[in-house]
Design a protein around this ligand. Sequence first.
Ligand SMILES: NC(=O)c1ccc[n+]([C@@H]2O[C@H](COP(=O)([O-])OP(=O)(O)OC[C@H]3O[C@@H](n4cnc5c(N)ncnc54)[C@H](OP(=O)(O)O)[C@@H]3O)[C@@H](O)[C@H]2O)c1
Length: 223
Amino acid sequence: MPQIAHTIAVVGGTGPQGRGLAYRFARHGHDVVVGSRSAERAAETAAEIRDRGITGQVSGAANADAAAGADVVVLAVPYEGHDELVASLADALAEKVLISCVNPLGFDQHGPYGLDVSESAAESAARLVPTARVTGAFHHVSAVTLWGPEEFLSHEDVLVVGDDTEAVDLVCDLAATVTGRPGVKGGRLRLARQLEPLTAVLISINKAYKTRSGVAISGVEGR
Ligand SMILES: NC(=O)c1ccc[n+]([C@@H]2O[C@H](COP(=O)([O-])OP(=O)(O)OC[C@H]3O[C@@H](n4cnc5c(N)ncnc54)[C@H](OP(=O)(O)O)[C@@H]3O)[C@@H](O)[C@H]2O)c1
């Protein structure tokens, strides 16, 4: 069981990334509310997670209801439509610890690439909900690996960026439910501009080596 159990809403939790993170959080004792534009779809995904045998409570709700009832909210939606969705949830997201794993990526005949955006998705969320305690994290863990059987993704690190140091610490602790060790503090929120497009490199590595690559940082053992 975690030292502090959170209630975590996963907006877009019916997709592979949100579902995988929800599973990992619930597997290690947090209560999770899967969010969706459809409460029915959210309930179906919540049941799918519960069927895997977890310790936390897992339920489903419409995105706004899920976010309103949580102390931590994960944004796990596509970049396309992100700003409209976040703006529509602004009241429910106010003052929450908000975790964005959203990667603004494009794909063309040469493969994946980081979109040329003026601000990262995490910074957009912070602009749209100024009182939210926004962090960027979980950009580089694969949805397939998250849904897999391993107890922990122990060869990977979760990089966490943000301007609110308490929120960053909380998310670093939460990362331990995924990797078995705290996340790595990666700097201020503006550095989400570097983290988000890095995922395009990992997808390219996956293709070249037919693997599911992740990020591991040396020199921070014993944190
Ligand atoms: N897949 C990965 O391995 C991976 C890894 C790291 C980071 N990420 C990032 O995590 C985010 C989610 O990835 P994903 O693969 O799970 O995405 P996804 O399956 O395309 O979308 C996730 C969920 O978002 C909701 N959604 C879709 N379009 C929307 C819109 N226009 N407005 C509001 N909600 C919408 C849908 O839920 P409802 O229809 O139920 O509302 C959908 O199930 C992305 O930003 C991605 O870059 C993904």
